[in-house]
Design a protein around this ligand. Structure first.
Ligand SMILES: Cc1cc2nc3c(=O)[nH]c(=O)nc-3n(C[C@H](O)[C@H](O)[C@H](O)COP(=O)(O)OP(=O)(O)OC[C@H]3O[C@@H](n4cnc5c(N)ncnc54)[C@H](O)[C@@H]3O)c2cc1C
Length: 388
């Protein structure tokens, strides 16, 4: 078995590292503490290189960079702690529009999402429907050539900086729940939209969004009327594609290794000299290798034209659950020092482990919870009977 990447992919990895050394600054990473995981200058520089269009399939009008290069880009960005949430979401929105959008959306909105001049966000979840996303109740009612939208969405992350929300609505309440849904792309400056901040236990800020007699023309519809579930499946396909390349733990492991090497205990020893500390660090590093195996396997399948099924969910489940565990281990090892936050000048590496500890649980919730991932793997990979 040859586990190495083709030379052009390794060359691309070197190019990404060089790019990040030049364009990613500590200030950009620190700025995420205001709650928004997005660096406009980095985003623009990546767009200029064509890296936003890169992962979008060529047959859809994207860069067609291929899955191996895409996973390498994703890996390097995460290892470097680049704030890329808005980038990842905007690429998914563009891909959905290229598959299901009208000519109007393909020619006016997609180019802006891919050249970095506009941002998208997801409007699927509602106060009463998250995992069961097809239970959405936000109503869209036709009025001539217009649609009138009323309802509320929860966890519309990035809505406060985005230009467009891809919105799941109910257009027919009298049929089975999967059959009466329709998607729209809604410009967020349309009258009737209110965006309220929702703080989280992590640094990340999310939003609640409200739609009060919001009027848009039919050219903003995405996919068929009442055909929203088909679009939702495409959205989940791309979201799980991103989930297939997750490396949240390495920055925390780096911080833990640094602490273990530099911290002096009262008896003059360093934590790294302690075999129980080294064992935890090694176990975490082995988990990262497993994540790498999952991610590269998923990318190799995609590169061979096999549309992966549950592999993205497997990586996401393993990476996020282990990440949560790693953060707990390391904060525990550090004792009281592990509780110091970013704003405390004595915090080790700007309180990185404490910050990740608060962030890690949300990674087991958004993009599909761990329980939903387990259901998908049980049914799609292990062949167990459907549980829902
Ligand atoms: C920080 C953050 C950012 C987010 N960003 C966005 C965003 O940008 N756009 C967006 O649309 N959504 C977003 N979400 C929403 C996210 O996708 C949902 O929170 C998630 O899908 C779970 O839905 P819920 O919160 O309604 O929980 P529920 O679905 O109510 O689940 C509650 C619990 O029940 C479990 N459960 C539910 N159904 C099953 C089942 N069938 N089998 C076993 N267990 C089950 C779940 O695993 C969970 O533990 C975000 C969430 C968070 C926390």
């Amino acid at each position: 078995m040859d586990f190495s990447f083709p030379p052009e992919v390794e060359e691309f990895r070197a190019e990404v590292r060089e790019f990040l050394a030049e364009h990613l600054t500590d200030e950009m990473i620190d700025a995420t503490h205001d709650g928004t995981i997005h660096a406009p200058a980095l985003h623009a520089a990546m767009a200029e290189r064509g890296w936003l269009a890169g992962p979008v399939p060529e047959e859809l009008g994207g860069g067609g960079r291929g899955a191996l290069a895409s996973v390498v880009l994703n890996e390097e960005l995460q290892l470097a702690r680049a704030p890329i949430d808005a980038m990842a979401v905007s690429i998914v929105v563009a891909s959905i529009l290229l598959e299901h959008g009208s000519e109007h959306l393909k020619t006016t909105v997609v180019p802006r999402l891919l050249d970095g001049t506009a941002l998208g966000c997801f409007g699927y979840t509602e106060p009463e429907s998250g995992s069961d996303v097809a239970a959405a109740r936000t109503r869209a009612v036709r009025d001539g050539d217009e649609w009138v939208i009323n309802g509320a969405k929860m966890w519309t992350t990035l809505a406060h900086i985005a230009d467009y929300v891809i919105l799941l609505t109910r257009t027919d309440p009298d049929v089975a729940k999967h059959e009466g849904l329709t998607f729209f792309l809604v410009p967020l400056d349309t009258p009737g939209i209110e965006i309220r901040p929702v703080p989280t236990m992590a640094v990340e800020r999310s939003n609640a969004t409200f739609y009060d007699d919001v009027r848009i023309t039919d050219e903003w519809r995405v996919g068929e009327v009442d055909g929203g579930w088909t679009v939702m499946k495409t959205a989940l396909k791309y979201e799980r594609g991103i989930a297939g390349g997750q490396f949240p733990s390495p920055p925390v492991i780096d911080a833990a290794v640094d602490w273990a090497r530099t911290h002096q205990r009262a008896d003059g020893s360093r934590p790294i000299d302690d075999p129980t500390v080294r064992e935890k660090l090694m176990r975490a590093l082995i988990d990262v290798e497993v994540c790498r195996g999952f991610a590269y396997h998923t990318a190799a399948l995609a590169e061979d034209g096999v549309m992966f099924g549950v592999e993205g969910s497997m990586t996401k489940l393993f990476a996020s659950e282990r990440y949560k565990q790693h953060c707990r281990w390391f904060q525990d090892l550090m004792g009281v020092e592990g509780l110091l936050t970013h704003h405390n000048p004595d915090a080790h590496l700007g309180g990185r482990i404490e910050e990740h500890l608060r962030h890690s649980p949300v990674t087991t919730i958004y993009g599909g919870t761990s329980e939903i991932s387990r259901n998908l793997i049980a049914e799609g990979h292990l062949g167990l009977p459907r549980a829902r």
